[in-house]
Design a protein around this ligand. Sequence first.
Ligand code: DX5
Ligand code: ZN
Length: 217
Amino acid sequence: MKIAPSILSADFLNLQRDITIVDQAGAEYLHIDIMDGHFVPNLSFGPSIVQAIRPLTDMVLDCHLMVEQPEIYIRQFAEAGADVIGVHIESTPHIHRALAMIKENGCKAEVVVNPGTPLSAIRAVLPIVDAVLIMTVDPGFGGQEFISSMVNKIGRLAKIKKENGMNFEIEVDGGINEKTVKQCSLSGATIAVAGSYVFNSKDPARKVSLLKDLVED
Ligand code: DX5
Ligand code: ZN
């Protein structure tokens, strides 16, 4: 399983330092939460942050778009240096177009599904995605509690993936800590986002290695 620290909980005045710490600790992904104040009740970063981060690291820049009309922003994030772009199924009536745009712009396409949205909503796009992000909290804020019924949802998605010979990544986001990461990994998740667990600690590097140790194959 790969670990994706979320910079939403990093120290913004020392962002470069925090990114270097998790990079050196072996995190494979860096998760960047983009919020527009409409799709979710919070504001965060735009493409210029991604552009500023890009030269600092070779980690996979994983941009989670929590915005209305995501199609408008896909190109900007791709040009800024995103590797993966995630679009919520709840944010657009044109999910095929959005995912195709992500690929046309040279990035990996990820569909994101909120806790209250059933897997049936994303079934049609599973053959064309590189990754599925199962939200394990309602998006908008770091530090929320993991919704435990999502473990079963991860397992059901992993089963669909296996039965159909698909090979997308299964990412989980929200409330990940040493207990919940294990449950997600056992259910078939392949990437774990962790924000407050890593960065609200005095030793973020240790938290990254701890998570990595827990979910070693
Ligand atoms: C929530 C974001 C998450 C957030 C996770 O809307 O999508 O990526 O940073 O934070 P924790 O790990 O603290 O739940
Ligand atoms: Zn996120």
